[in-house]
Structures are given as C-alpha cells and as structure tokens.
Design a protein around this ligand. Structure first.
Ligand code: RTP
Ligand code: MG
Length: 136
C-alpha cells in the first residue's frame, strides 16, 4: 500500500473542476485519506518545487501556484503513485492522452507555465517529503 500527494492546482479549483477530478480518482478505486483547501505560502511552494529551482519556468510556476488555493489530498492505494500519474496524463495538457485528467480537461492557454490541473508525487521519497510539507 502506497500514499501519494495529489494537488488540484489553482486552475482546477478556479475552473470548478475539483469535484470531477476527485470523482475520477475515487472511481479508479483510490482512497481519500485526508483533504484540505490550502492557500500556500511562497516558502512552501519553493520547497515543494525545489527540484525545479533555477529552471526558466520556476518563478512563473510559483506565481501560478500562489494565484489561488489548491486542494491537497492524501491518497492511498496499491501502486497509487504511478497509478495517479497515469490517470493525470503527461505534463503538457495539449498532448496528454485523451482519457486522462489533463488530456480530457486541460489545454494550453498560451501562458508562461503549463496550467495542467493536478500534481502527483513522482516517487515514494517525493510523496513522503510532499505529504509532510502539505499536511505537516
Ligand atoms: P507535477 O510535478 O505537477 O505533478 O507535474 P509533472 O511531474 O508532470 O511536471 P514537472 O516536470 O515536475 O513540472 C512541474 C510543473 O511545472 C510546470 N511546468 N511548466 N515548460 C513549462 O512551461 C513547464 N514545465 C513544467 C507544470 O505545471 C508542471 O506540472
Ligand atoms: Mg513533477
């Protein structure tokens, strides 16, 4: 049994897609163990995205994540880390496969950073670190 951190990012919350996204996660059979609406501080986001510091999209990414609240979810299930990332689809929502959250609900808006609706931890190490950050 694994745990992962899922975020419905500010674009997903602002577009009113939280319920649809959570319904897809539940329909897949994963279990929501904790859930909260978070208005993150810059320091939290800089730690969350530490691996991307120095990249050209880092600052726009942090600004985007500060633009509104996210819904943070502690999700559990067998192989949920790779399972949720498969459900989410690839990073670029324009080319993410249809049938995925990003592929069905997202697209490129011509903005400086990919607004792609969701985040999911990419390894057991990341999920432990990220769950501690967002849920304490
Ligand atoms: P995530 O971490 O959010 O689940 O997404 P990911 O693994 O698919 O993407 P990652 O490479 O970790 O990038 C983190 C987030 O940064 C934004 N991004 N924008 N070139 C760009 O404009 C660009 N590249 C990445 C996206 O919001 C991505 O989810
Ligand atoms: Mg990532």
């Amino acid at each position: 049994m694994q745990h992962t951190l899922v975020l419905v990012k500010p674009d997903g919350v602002a577009r009113g897609l939280t319920g649809r996204i959570l319904a897809r996660i539940e329909a897949k059979g994963y279990v929501i163990e904790d859930l909260r609406l978070v208005h993150p501080e810059r320091a939290l986001l800089e730690e969350h995205y530490a691996e991307h510091q120095g990249k050209p999209f880092f600052e726009p990414l942090v600004e985007f994540m500060l633009s509104g609240p996210s819904v943070a979810v502690r999700l559990s299930g067998d192989r949920v880390i790779e399972g949720f990332r498969s459900l989410a689809g690839t990073t670029d929502p324009t080319t993410a496969a249809p049938g995925t959250i990003r592929g069905d609900l997202g697209r490129d808006w011509g903005l400086p950073v990919q607004q792609n609706l969701v985040h999911g931890s990419d390894s057991e190490e990341s999920s432990a670190r990220e769950l501690a950050l967002w849920f304490g």
